[in-house]
Design a binder for this molecule. Structure first.
Ligand SMILES: [Fe+2]
Ligand SMILES: [Fe+2]
Length: 370
């Protein structure tokens, strides 16, 4: 992946310097106010790029930049802005004793499912192939490195919570089989939909809030002080994943997706029904029992996951309801060499439209994939 085009003064200033050899960064960094920061594409892309240096990096950025002190100082300023934005947007859930953390997590999820928009239901009920492909483009920012942000917590935990996190992550990474890694399954979904499955291919096409979804995970993952929030974040993802993924799978089947293309979603129906139990009980309740002072952070991390996901879903659905794309910029989404399959899907879509139920059962509430 190469550095994407700058989106504003923050990315212009940082990216111009990342293109050269590591040296003292010359910030002046002016960050947006907390109320805007989650949606600010310039801020979120700048932070995403700083974090990406800790993942797979950029082909055109020297790896030594990863630990360049002045870049870390700049990243800290961007992170402070993100943390302020989360504090502004996400009320801290009421404190509970450690033994009630699991119950409180379930309450947060139930409250969100009762009130938030269900993008999964919308996709199953109404989406055409182009809308589904847009949805996949958004998700590619995280799913092509699925599980990596939460893996940062493994060496920061011990005992039962560590074993629980490893159990979940082992599944996410395919249990030792590369072709079963969730990120690989997602690449297959992308190619099946005629999209470019290369890492970061759509970085310049997604809005700030899509980047924020990933940045919040990286923020929690890269700071040991936020390990409680990271555990809660993962639990919220897993607890709101299984049923929406069933909807995604059904939607994609309706649109003509074959077994390989829908497998990513179908895999999560079963896997996350188990993961949510492990994450809520063994990871979060176990961590709260070990470190009672983290109970509040666990719930706050879950609340952040739900709130940012809701904001992202609201962005997508608002754009769609206005007949507009939820992505940035213009142009074909097609990946190289995959157009033929996408066109085949287009043809099938017309054939299956008549089979689409006019109303869908309401027993699958929820929002997203984990
Ligand atoms: Fe997964
Ligand atoms: Fe999972």
């Amino acid at each position: 992946m190469r550095l994407p085009p700058a989106r504003g003064p923050l990315t212009a200033g940082i990216f111009a310097q990342l293109g050269g050899p590591p040296r003292e960064l010359e910030p002046p960094l002016t960050t947006p106010p907390p109320a805007w920061a989650l949606d600010d594409g310039d801020l979120q892309l700048a932070l995403f790029a700083c974090y990406e240096l800790h993942y797979r990096g950029f082909d055109d950025v020297d790896d030594h930049w990863e630990w360049q002190p002045s870049l870390l100082a700049a990243r800290r300023k961007l992170e402070h802005c993100l943390e302020s934005a989360l504090a502004f947007a996400v009320p801290r859930p009421p404190a509970v004793p450690p033994q009630q953390v699991r119950h409180a997590l379930a309450g947060l999820v139930a409250e969100e499912e009762a009130s938030g928009p269900s993008l999964a239901a919308h996709l199953q009920r109404e989406a055409d192939l182009e809308r589904f492909r847009e949805f996949v483009v958004h998700r590619s920012i995280y799913h092509l490195k699925e599980a990596d942000p939460h893996t940062w917590a493994i060496p920061r935990l011990h005992g039962g919570p560590k074993a629980a996190l490893v159990e979940i992550q082992a599944d996410e990474y395919g249990g030792g089989r590369a072709e079963r890694m969730h990120a690989e399954l997602f690449r297959t979904t992308m190619t099946g939909l005629g999209l470019d499955d290369s890492y970061g291919a759509y970085l310049s096409r997604v809005p700030g809030i899509t980047l924020a979804v990933s940045n919040v995970m990286s923020l929690f993952g890269l700071h040991r002080r936020l390990r409680g929030a990271l555990a809660g974040h993962l639990a919220a993802l897993e607890m709101t994943s299984s049923l929406p993924n069933r909807r995604y799978a059904l939607a994609l089947r309706h649109l003509g997706g074959d077994a390989a293309t829908t497998r990513f979603y179908e895999e999560h129906v079963q896997a996350d029904a188990v993961h949510e139990q492990v994450a809520a009980h063994d990871l979060c309740a176990g961590l709260a029992a070990q470190e009672p002072a983290l109970s509040g952070d666990i719930l706050y991390g879950a609340a952040c996951a739900l709130a940012v996901e809701r904001r992202w879903a609201e962005h997508v659905m608002d754009r769609w309801q206005r007949g507009a794309s939820s992505l940035e910029g213009h142009g074909d989404l097609a990946g190289h060499g995959s157009r033929r399959h996408a066109l085949e899907c287009d043809a099938i879509e017309g054939e299956v439209a008549a089979a689409r139920p006019s109303r869908v059962p309401s027993r699958f509430p929820g929002r997203h994939a984990g």
